[in-house]
Design a protein. Structure first.
Length: 145
């Protein structure tokens, strides 16, 4: 059974660390803005186990002119649960939440390895590839809601 719940930023660490910060200290899982009142963290549970997370921030990118934008950060599904459609559930939840908040655009920095996943969900790359130090090559991707 699959369930999505709002969770705390600290609860995201058990998925963020092995997927997004492998080999790095647990403190590297704390993102700027994680604990703002306007930030929401969603946890995807499969048979009562937390296996996926995504965080949504109120954050405006200069790449876009939309007045109210939201940024996705920390999207991760544990490796053994990937390629089962669970990431789609998380992104769909994020989009519904952003629409409910009246955001007109979702954007994020996608790892090079995740671009194809997001393209299947109708997200588009804007600009050129860039490197986030100690993390890897990324692209800014977005979708109008």
């Amino acid at each position: 059974m699959i369930k999505i719940k709002i969770i705390s930023s600290k609860e995201t660490y058990s998925v963020r660390q092995p997927v997004l910060r492998a080999g790095k200290p647990i403190e590297s899982c704390l993102f700027d803005g994680d604990d703002l009142e306007t930030t929401k963290h969603f946890g995807l549970y499969f048979d009562e186990n937390l296996v996926g997370v995504v965080s949504v921030f109120e954050n405006k990118s200069n790449n876009f002119h939309d007045e109210y934008q939201m940024q996705i950060r920390g999207m991760a599904v544990l490796e053994e649960y990937q390629k089962k459609g669970l990431g789609n559930f998380l992104i769909n939840q994020t989009e519904e939440y952003a629409k409910f908040q009246n955001a007109s655009l979702l954007w994020f920095n996608a790892r090079e390895t995740a671009v194809a996943f997001y393209e299947k969900l109708n997200y588009t790359i804007i600009g050129s590839a860039f490197e986030i130090q100690n993390i890897g090559i990324h692209y800014v991707m977005y979708k109008h809601l």
